[in-house]
Ligand binder design. Structure first.
Ligand code: HEM
Length: 277
């Protein structure tokens, strides 16, 4: 009788569990002769995609926490999400070690590949409610990816789940916010600002909610910082050249700086300490 327990132990190790050989065989430079910096470029993108995968995984759990009304568990998820976003920002900073001339040495080989085709980035945006139909066109030939984005258009965003949780906890969320057509873009709501503002104004009664709001702000701010850092890195690396995805590069990215996942949490700050009703 074979000793199955020991057999398994022999087969399972760091390399087999984590699929390290498979992982290390996934980097293929296209430049010829191979440009020294292309490996760096590929690894930065692959690592970013792995962290996007985890971001989506944690976000699913965050929505579940909102649905079950667990503020402390939602807080925990947001803490990790913010740490991941922070790491993504630092990864973009790593690209400052790639000079414009070094990048130009292999950029033409990767055309027409572009960040526009990152399905996970777009899933993150769509999940958090930033849903521009323009981006669907990049997945026309990949029906499974297109289908996932289209499905998200019909589902509540993370922010919708959040406001429902606020309502269930007994705070006055306006009916038009709760019953809105989730397929439509979010419209800032004065009543929701007022409710969230009143929670901030009575921190002693609601401190766990205040901490949750601030954790949401941490994540939203860090994600915006990714946008800004990526945009500035683009200006530094390719100047005002157009992108490999066909956009006008820096200017296109600059136009997307305003997006926020949790708009009323930002808006209420203008009114705190004033008589705004
Ligand atoms: C030298 C490095 C990089 C350059 C020059 C660059 C340039 C650009 C440009 C010009 C765009 C606009 C779309 C286009 O026309 O292609 C873009 C979009 C994008 N890039 Fe990069 N990028 C770089 C690195 C990265 C990295 C490391 C990531 C990590 C995942 C990334 C993710 C994205 C994403 C997700 C978009 C879509 C952004 C949006 O729609 O707002 N890029 N990039």
């Amino acid at each position: 009788m074979p000793d199955y327990k020991n057999l398994e132990l022999k087969e399972l190790n760091y390399n087999s569990y984590l699929k390290i050989p498979e992982l290390l065989s996934l980097q293929h430079e296209l430049s010829s002769p191979t440009h020294h910096d292309e490996l760096f470029f590929i690894i930065i993108h692959q690592a970013a995609e792995l962290w996007f995968k985890l971001m989506l995984h944690e976000t699913e759990a965050l929505c579940e926490n909102f649905r079950e009304g667990s503020v402390s568990r939602a807080l925990k998820k947001l803490k990790r999400l913010t740490a991941i976003a922070d790491l993504e920002v630092k990864q973009i900073n790593l690209l400052n070690t790639l000079t414009p001339v070094e990048f130009a040495g292999f950029r033409d080989h990767l055309r027409p590949a572009s960040g526009f085709q990152s399905i996970q980035f777009r899933l993150i945006e769509f999940t958090y409610g930033v849903r521009e139909s323009f981006f669907l066109s990049f997945f026309e030939k990949e029906k499974d990816k297109l289908g996932k984005l289209q499905k998200l258009l019909t589902l509540p965003s993370v922010y919708d789940e959040f406001v429902r949780a606020v309502d269930k906890a007994g705070f006055a969320v306006p009916a038009e916010v709760l019953n809105r057509d989730v397929s439509q873009p979010w419209k800032e709501n004065a009543g929701l600002i007022q409710t969230l503002k009143s929670i901030y104004e009575k921190p002693d009664d609601n401190y766990h909610w205040v901490l949750l709001f601030e954790a949401m702000m941490d994540f939203d701010e860090k994600f915006s910082l990714w946008r800004t850092t990526h945009m500035l890195m683009v200006a530094r690396t390719i100047g005002m050249k157009s992108g490999t995805g066909g956009s006008d590069g820096y200017k296109f990215l600059a136009a997307r700086m305003e997006y926020k996942f949790f708009p009323e949490l930002w808006a209420l700050r203008t009114h705190l300490g004033t008589g705004y009703k």
